[in-house]
Every structure is written in C-alpha cells, then in structure tokens.
Write a protein that binds this ligand. Structure first.
Ligand SMILES: [Zn+2]
Length: 110
C-alpha cells in the first residue's frame, strides 16, 4: 500500500515536469506549482483524452490543471473544447479562488 502511494506521487511529479506553462488549461488561472498535492488548487496533470478512453501519459495528451478543475472535469467529459471551457470557467475560477483564499487565511495550511 505504502509503496503504491509512493509510486503514485513520483508518477505525478514526473508528469508535471514534462508539462510547460503556469496556467490551468480548464479555468485559465495561474497554478502555484509549490502547493502540496493535497491542496485543491495544487498542480495536476490533466489528460486531454482520459486514460479510461485510451489516453496516454504523453506530453501531447497532458495539460496543466488545478487538482480541483481536473477532478471536476473527471472522465465524464472526454471532449474539452473552447465552448466547454468557456461555460465552466466562471464556476471553476470561483471555486479555485475560494480555496486559495482559505489557504492564505490559514497561513498556508489546510
Ligand atoms: Zn483551474
């Protein structure tokens, strides 16, 4: 169990390292790459084509996204186009900003 968790963390870091840029491709806001993985606004690697639909861990299939935005999208929306992002953006931005504000008010904890 512990070994699997360690592998998961290094896989996550490895994927993030091959993704350039500092903005979430879903909500369009900047991503703080220093936030710890458990933070909802932490950086995550979103798969344009979900793994469950045959997507791969390749640079072409990866985009930087907040963990929250990534989870919100989930695997339910295999096609993410400009319309989809434009429709979701206000909601995602509000959520991410609320998490970041809470984080700041707690002095960078929780
Ligand atoms: Zn986002």
């Amino acid at each position: 169990m512990a070994q699997a968790a360690t592998r998961g963390r290094s896989r996550r870091k490895g994927l993030l390292n091959i993704i350039p840029g500092g903005r979430c491709w879903l909500c369009g806001q900047s991503v703080n790459r220093k936030l710890p993985p458990e933070h909802p606004a932490a950086p995550s690697a979103d798969h344009v084509r979900p793994l469950s639909l045959g997507g791969t861990h390749t640079r072409r299939n990866l985009r930087l996204a907040h963990a929250f935005c990534n989870r919100y999208r989930g695997n339910a929306e295999p096609v993410v186009d400009d319309d989809y992002r434009a429709a979701l953006r206000p909601l995602l931005r509000a959520e991410v900003n609320a998490w970041l504000l809470k984080w700041a008010m707690n002095g960078g904890r929780g």
